[in-house]
Design a binder for this molecule. Structure first.
Ligand SMILES: *[C@@H]1O[C@H](CO)[C@@H](O)[C@H](O)[C@H]1NC(C)=O
Length: 168
């Protein structure tokens, strides 16, 4: 299951690139960008509303969570899953609801991150991101995954021997 595979940490929150590794030069057309960004927004909203419904069931006070952080963290994980797990991700994170194809997910998060980080200077706010993947060395992450997820999601990938840490 998800939690046993990887421990992901993502703080909140990039030109779209159809299939290539993201670089500023390989941008898709503006129209594609708009459409995939809108789809990602629909997906994130879908996940956020469903999660809110779940979290609010037994909640009596205020409820605060960051849908973007959650969808970003699991977007990184989605890049590494296949088969049934991928299908579960598509339902849980709204990609199906938004008709957002698997290949568009990393591209579109890349567009979103670039956009948020680029607009910060002219909007007067400062947005800092700290996307990371912390994985057990026993998982033996595929090198392509480490490289590409880092580029698409502006993330660092760390591997460590969590098993050797004393439990509390
Ligand atoms: C994937 O899901 C299908 C349908 O639920 C199931 O029959 C199949 O056993 C699953 N495959 C794996 C590897 O879990």
């Amino acid at each position: 299951m998800i939690s046993s595979i990887l421990l992901l940490i993502a703080a909140s929150v990039l030109c779209t690139c159809a299939t290539a590794i993201p670089t500023e030069e390989t941008c898709a057309s503006k129209e594609d960008t708009k459409t995939s960004l809108q789809r990602l927004a629909i997906a994130n909203n879908d996940m956020a509303v469903n999660l809110y419904k779940l979290l609010s069931v037994n909640s009596v006070g205020n409820l605060a969570f960051s849908p973007l952080s959650i969808s970003l963290a699991f977007g990184m994980l989605h890049y590494g899953v296949r088969g049934n797990t991928s299908a579960e991700f598509r339902t849980a994170f709204g990609y199906d609801a938004a008709d957002l194809g698997d290949n568009l997910v990393p591209d579109t998060f890349n567009v979103l991150l670039n956009k948020l980080l680029r607009e910060e200077s002219k909007s007067g706010y400062v947005l800092q991101t700290a996307n990371s993947i912390l994985a057990s060395r026993t998982l033996k992450l595929v090198p392509e995954f480490k490289r590409e997820v880092g580029l698409f999601y502006k993330a660092s990938v760390f591997e460590d021997d969590f098993e050797n840490y004393p439990s509390k």
